[in-house]
Design a binder for this molecule. Structure first.
Ligand code: IMP
Ligand code: MG
Length: 169
């Protein structure tokens, strides 16, 4: 698979949309303190840009979901550092929502830590691929069913550092 010549979103288009998303989030949580929790690795660039557009007091943290290659059922959530969930207004920050299976599992686990509220902000959404009943609260762009790379998203570990969103083919 190589990088396609097609560009999904340019750097300028992404920056404009992330600014608007930041305003949307700021408006929704107005007057409150929030917790931004990014899902690694794909969300690292989106989080850095979104967090600066959220004009509220915020704690920022990351977690990684590790699935055992052997069983595929042994899934573990690893927090990158201490992060308080209980009683907070928690916003999960995702790169892309595809089948929704990963996020559904994550939300179920996070609920056990009793956040005061729990919402989801995803940069990209492939709604036609959904296998579980899950609607993200804030969406950057809806995208077609092709493999997207760049701006944090990878194909086999590559292309995360592309500054725009493209495709591999
Ligand atoms: P889901 O459980 O099918 O929703 O999987 C979501 C995860 O798969 C995302 O958080 C991404 O890490 C990865 N993923 C799904 N589609 C793409 C894509 O087009 N490009 C890069 N990663 C993707
Ligand atoms: Mg992800």
């Amino acid at each position: 698979m190589n990088l396609s010549r097609d560009i999904l979103k340019t750097e300028v288009e992404i920056a404009d949309r992330v600014r608007a998303l930041g305003q949307e989030v700021t408006q929704h949580y107005k007057g409150q303190e929030i917790s931004l929790l990014g899902v690694l690795k794909g969300s690292f660039i989106f989080m850095a840009d979104l967090a600066r557009q959220v004009k509220l007091p915020a704690q920022v943290g990351f977690l990684e979901i590790i699935t055992s290659r052997k069983t595929e059922f042994m899934t573990e959530i690893v927090f990158s550092s201490s992060f308080r969930i209980e009683g907070t207004h928690l916003l999960i920050v995702e790169d892309i929502l595809d089948t929704g299976v990963t996020l559904a599992y994550l939300m179920q686990q996070i609920q056990l830590y009793q956040p005061r509220t729990l919402r989801v902000c995803t940069l990209l959404d492939k709604p036609h691929r959904r296998k579980v009943d899950l609607q993200p609260d804030h969406v950057g762009f809806q995208v077609p069913d092709r493999h997207v790379v760049g701006y944090g998203l990878d194909y086999q570990g590559q292309y995360r550092n592309l500054p725009y969103l493209g495709y591999v083919e």
